[in-house]
Unconditional design. Structure first.
Length: 148
């Protein structure tokens, strides 16, 4: 379970950026003034037909946009919290080399081969099996909620 949680880090970063853009677009739409033309007539005879230009902010549309913005902000906060918990988990790894392997793999998103080269090894199975898997087997919490 912890591997699945760790693998989400780079996706969380992308999702947070996407949510920030969506929130920005919604905030730009909230105060948009809507314009329309309506047809009416004089209240007295000869009831001449006239057109009127009206404008204003749609309260219903504004309420829906603010609700959507609130949902997106909550989702972004959940993503940031999960990202933060992953950072804490990696930061609490006592061994420097193991911490680097986890950082390179999950935070930086490098392949196992690149991780191996960065720690001075040629075989990608060394950081994966001898460092990563060995650490997770020894320190794997049963519940992902327990990582921090």
């Amino acid at each position: 379970m912890i591997k699945k949680l760790l693998r989400q880090y780079t996706d969380l970063v992308l999702e947070i950026k996407s949510l920030e853009k969506r929130i920005g677009r919604i905030e730009a739409q909230v105060d948009v003034i809507e314009h329309d033309i309506v047809v009416g007539s004089d209240t007295e005879f000869p009831y001449t037909k006239k057109t009127f230009h009206i404008e204003g902010i749609s309260a219903r549309r504004q309420e829906r946009l603010m609700t959507l913005r609130s949902l997106l902000v909550q989702r972004k906060e959940k993503c940031e919290e999960l990202k933060f918990r992953i950072e804490i988990y990696i930061s609490t790894i006592p061994d420097s080399l193991t911490r680097l392997v986890f950082q390179y793999r999950y935070i930086d998103g490098y392949s196992w081969l690149k991780v191996a080269h960065l720690i001075g090894r040629q075989d990608e199975s060394y950081p994966r099996k001898m460092i990563h898997d060995k650490y997770l087997n020894a320190h794997n919490p049963k519940n992902p909620e327990d990582i921090c």
